[in-house]
Design a binder for this molecule. Structure first.
Ligand SMILES: [Fe+2]
Ligand SMILES: [Fe+2]
Length: 328
C-alpha cells in the first residue's frame, strides 16, 4: 500500500489558507537526534492550561479562542517516518497481524481526514477552521503511522475504498466526531490492557502512545467545538442541529451493532481477548476504560468541556450491573 496515497497537501487544497505545520526540513529526525525535545513535545501535548482567568463560557469568544489555542499549543511534531518499529518475537507479531482491526483503522483515519477538512472548509471563523484543518492533517498522519506499521509487520490490507466529499459536511463531521468519542474511549482501555498484559512489547506501546493521546486531544476539540457551535445557533437552527446530533448517535449505534454482529462478538471484548492473556471481564474492562479516559483528560484545563456521553453511559451500566457482580 502506498503510504503517500494522500498527503498533507490535500487538506490545504480543501481548506483555503491552511498551511501544514513545519516539519520535514526544520526537524530532521528529531526523535533520534534530540530526545529532550521529543520528551518536551510529548509533555506539552498532555498538559495545557489557559493563561486567562475566569470562566470559559461555552459559545463565548474566550471559549472559542482558548479551545483553538489549546489545540495549537498541544500539537506534537512527531514524524511517522522516524518512528521505530521494534522487531517482534514471532508470537507477538502473529498476534498483532491477526487483530481484525487494521483495514478499518487505516480506512477510518483516511475518512476522518477528508470529512474534517471538508467541514473545516465551510467555517467562517479562521481560528476554528485552522484547528479543524490541523485535526484533519493529524488524521492523515495517523494513517501514515498505521501504514508504516502495517508495512513493517507484513500485514496485508484490503484495497482502500475510493473516497468522495460528503454532501452534508456538518453531518459527516458530527458522525466522525462522535465516532471518535466512542472509539477512543474503548481504545484507551484496550491500549492500557495491551500494555499491562505485556503481550504487546513496551517499545510498540511507546510508539503508539502519542497517537492515542492525540485522539484524546481530538475529542477534546470536538466536544468544545460542539458546545461553541450549538451555543451560537438561533433556536430554529439549534433544533435542526440537535436532530442531526440525535441522528448521528442513532446511526453510530446501528453501525456498531452491525460491526459487533459481523465479528460474531463484541468488537471491544474481542479486542480485549486479543490484547490480554484472557480472563478479563466486561465489567473490569469498562472500569479500566473509565479510569484511562479520566487519566488522559486530567492534564487539560478543567474549564474546557470533555466528551461526556460515553463515560456517562458506561458509568450507568456499571452501576446497574453492580448487584450482579460476583455472579460469574
Ligand atoms: Fe486518528
Ligand atoms: Fe482523531
Amino acid at each position: 500500500m502506498d503510504a503517500h496515497a494522500f498527503d498533507a497537501f490535500d487538506v490545504a487544497q480543501l481548506v483555503p489558507g491552511f498551511r501544514p505545520p513545519p516539519q520535514p526540513a526544520a526537524m530532521p529526525d528529531r526523535a533520534r537526534d534530540d530526545p529532550a525535545a521529543l520528551a518536551a513535545a510529548d509533555a506539552a501535548m498532555r498538559c495545557w492550561r489557559s493563561r486567562l482567568n475566569g470562566p470559559l463560557v461555552p459559545g463565548s469568544e474566550r471559549h472559542r479562542q482558548e479551545t483553538c489555542r489549546m489545540f495549537r499549543e498541544t500539537f506534537n511534531p512527531y514524524r511517522p517516518a522516524v518512528l521505530d518499529w521494534p522487531v517482534l518475537a514471532p508470537a507477538a507479531r502473529d498476534r498483532i497481524v491477526a487483530l481484525p482491526i487494521w483495514d478499518i483503522a487505516v480506512q477510518t483515519e483516511g475518512k476522518a481526514r477528508l470529512r474534517m477538512a471538508a467541514y473545516a472548509a465551510t467555517l467562517d471563523d479562521p481560528g476554528m477552521r485552522a484547528a479543524l484543518a490541523l485535526n484533519a492533517w493529524e488524521e492523515h498522519r495517523h494513517k501514515e503511522v498505521l501504514s508504516r506499521m502495517v508495512a513493517a509487520y507484513g500485514i496485508v490490507l484490503a484495497p482502500d475504498a475510493p473516497q468522495t466529499l460528503p454532501r452534508d459536511a456538518e453531518w459527516a463531521y458530527l458522525v466522525t466526531g462522535y465516532s471518535e468519542c466512542i472509539d477512543s474511549f474503548f481504545a484507551f482501555g484496550l491500549f492500557e490492557l495491551a500494555r499491562r498484559s505485556g503481550l504487546f512489547p513496551q517499545a510498540l506501546v511507546d510508539t503508539f502512545e502519542p497517537v492515542m493521546q492525540e485522539e484524546c486531544r481530538h475529542i477534546l476539540l470536538f466536544a468544545n467545538w460542539a458546545a461553541w457551535h450549538r451555543a451560537r445557533l438561533p433556536w430554529w437552527r439549534r433544533l435542526r442541529f440537535e436532530a442531526k446530533v440525535a441522528g448521528a448517535w442513532a446511526f453510530l449505534a446501528w453501525e456498531r451493532i452491525g460491526l459487533a454482529r459481523s465479528h460474531n462478538n463484541s468488537f471491544t471484548l474481542h479486542g480485549a481477548q486479543s490484547v490480554s492473556d484472557g480472563g478479563i471481564k466486561v465489567r473490569e474492562l469498562m472500569a479500566l476504560c473509565l479510569e484511562e479516559n479520566d487519566k488522559r483528560f486530567a492534564g487539560y484545563d478543567e474549564r474546557l468541556l470533555r466528551p461526556a456521553t460515553v463515560p456517562r453511559l458506561v458509568r450507568v451500566a456499571l452501576r446497574l450491573a453492580r448487584p450482579f457482580a460476583g455472579q460469574g
